[in-house]
Write a protein of this length. Structure first.
Length: 255
């Protein structure tokens, strides 16, 4: 049983969904401390001004809380994010794929907690692009003891035979790799491939942006070829006219 255990992120990049596709069970790990200026409440989009941060405003005391406890008391950001994403991608070839997702995320629902919103987004997008992985939530399991033992216990409860995690987890796990072997769990650090280039609305090509960019620019039936079923790096037949742009900037600031 292949398992990944990762904090929920806001509108993650395609590599996040690559890991989800790799495993049988994906566990949201939001019973850990919220970190400021991280991927939990923000991600990048590729607008007419170039790369831009799209952050959800979070109160300063959130750093004292678990991710699952971080509240969203002001819903005004939902309208701002909907408008920003609509304006950014409305001219994209497959915007008709993205529009109903945006309407569901930002117009049909009001969100009280960051974790709840992020998990909903990730599961909805995964289902849309054809991922069949089972999702579970760490809050439904016993999470006592220190951070590594907590992780091992969760993997054992999930009957994991292989734990797949991102390369940045090496620092987190440190010299505790032997604990995985002792519990007969293979530890695998995900190596992200050189994902294929696809036609975006402007140049140069930007790889590290939200999955929404891919949904807006590539037909849903072809998206897998740009994530988990990708060939060697390819260049699209038609590229857009280069557009001058500025460095990444915030659209709104955290409270």
């Amino acid at each position: 049983m292949k398992v990944a255990i990762i904090q929920s992120n806001y509108l993650p990049w395609k590599g996040y969904f690559d890991i989800i596709h790799d495993v049988d069970i994906f566990c949201f790990y939001d019973e850990v401390q919220y970190t400021k200026n991280d991927w939990r409440n923000r991600n990048k989009i590729y607008s007419k001004n170039g790369l831009q941060w799209l952050p959800i405003p979070i109160y300063k005391n959130a750093v004292k809380q678990k991710i699952s406890e971080v509240s969203l008391n002001d819903n005004s950001w939902q309208g701002l994010h909907y408008t920003t994403l609509f304006q950014t991608y409305s001219s994209a070839l497959f915007f008709h794929q993205l529009k109903p997702i945006l309407e569901d995320l930002y117009k049909s629902n009001k969100w009280d907690f960051l974790s709840e919103f992020n998990q909903y987004c990730i599961k909805k997008i995964s289902n849309y692009i054809g991922i069949k992985t089972k999702f579970v939530n760490s809050k439904d399991y016993n999470l006592s003891s220190n951070r590594i033992e907590k992780l091992i216990t969760l993997l054992v409860d999930l009957k994991a035979t292989e734990y797949i995690t991102g390369p940045s987890a090496k620092e987190y796990i440190g010299d505790s790799e032997h604990l995985f072997k002792a519990n007969k769990i293979q530890l695998t650090y995900k190596t992200y491939p050189e994902y294929p280039v696809y036609r975006q609305l402007r140049l140069p090509f930007e790889n590290n942006v939200s999955i929404l960019d891919l949904i807006a620019n590539i037909h849903v039936d072809e998206i897998r070829k740009y994530i988990w079923d990708c060939p060697q790096k390819t260049i699209p037949d038609i590229l857009p006219i280069p557009t001058l742009h500025q460095p990444a900037k915030n659209i709104s600031e955290s409270i």
